[in-house]
Design a protein. Structure first.
Ligand code: ZN
Length: 303
């Protein structure tokens, strides 16, 4: 599949991208064939069942416990992703609020800054964007190392008032998704009662996919019309809320001794979910891969 991004944008913006890797991912379908089983397990009830989540955990053990990112959204996931996507589907990763600093929709400042008076991680941007940028870059670097066709877009300026300006996340992500790619915008949710929790808001302008389903298994799922349908999902861009920017998650990110491991663990959970959703088996030795040798069947927990 041609890179859909290059078909729809000018060279000056393309230069900002981390370019698509030259080596296409190797398809190892044995793991991907299990996803429909997980999807059907999930489909039996609106929320992911314990057995489905257990199966996912065995398929792609997380380097961080599920609790690391705090509470999942306690809202009904009223959709199931069944449409399969090609393993070579291009993925575009965006950092939420990278085009809206100092204007409406700048993102959360996080509990440390807002409630305890801590210094922002970077003076001119909200803490959420600081972590969105770090996380998005880590996901792309790890995904490329694992052979995914994955790239990063970061707008050239931080305050673009018109959401339909061609340089915004919305415009770039919408065009990418319309051309057949999967656009994923990284967010951290608000602290306290304003935040909902970790989870995926899938694109709502096309059939829900197994990639949507895989990300929801790993992080939780929001209702299809959360707040009436937000601007990004309406444009075909998935929003992934990693977790509320408070508590253990925020403390681990802010602690210089734990920061890199925390970002790496979150990136591993996302990339493992991308691989599962695209039917790609993670390579031997990856954090998310199974140990070699005989083991329990992944489907043994059904019922
Ligand atoms: Zn956000």
């Amino acid at each position: 599949m041609p890179n859909p991004f290059q078909a729809v944008t000018g060279p000056q913006i393309a230069a900002i991208l981390v370019l698509v890797t030259d080596h296409p991912p190797k398809k190892r379908p044995d793991l991907g064939q299990l996803l429909p089983v997980l999807v059907s397990l999930v489909g039996l009830c609106a929320m992911p069942s314990a057995s489905a989540q257990g199966a996912f955990a065995r398929l792609a053990p997380l380097s961080l416990t599920a609790g690391f990112t705090g509470p999942r959204a306690r809202l009904t996931k009223d959709w199931v992703g069944r449409t399969s996507l090609a393993a070579q589907t291009p993925i575009l990763v965006l950092a939420g609020h990278a085009d809206s600093q100092g204007i409406a929709g700048a993102g959360t400042s996080g509990a440390a800054v807002a409630l305890r008076g801590a210094a922002p991680m970077q003076a001119d941007i909200q803490d959420e964007l600081f972590w969105n940028l770090r996380t998005a870059a880590a996901v792309v670097a790890l995904g490329r190392s694992r052979g995914l066709e994955i790239q990063l877009y970061v707008p050239p300026v931080r305050d673009i008032a018109n959401g339909n300006d061609p340089r915004t996340n919305w415009s770039i992500g919408k065009a990418f998704a319309a051309a057949g790619g999967y656009a994923l915008e990284i967010h951290y949710d608000a602290y306290g009662p304003d935040g909902v929790g970790s989870g995926l808001m899938p694109p709502i302008n096309r059939p829900f996919s197994q990639l949507d389903e895989s990300l929801a298994l790993a992080f939780g799922g929001y209702p299809r019309l959360f707040r009436g349908g937000l601007g990004a999902p309406k444009r075909g861009i998935a929003i992934l809320e990693i977790g509320k920017l408070e508590g253990q998650l925020e403390a681990s990110l802010r602690d210089p001794r734990r920061r890199e491991a925390s970002i790496a663990g979150i990136a591993e959970r996302i990339v493992a979910a991308l691989e599962l959703g695209l039917g790609i088996n993670p390579p031997p030795g990856a954090v998310g891969s199974e140990p070699s040798g005989p083991g329990p069947q992944a489907s043994s927990g059904g019922g």
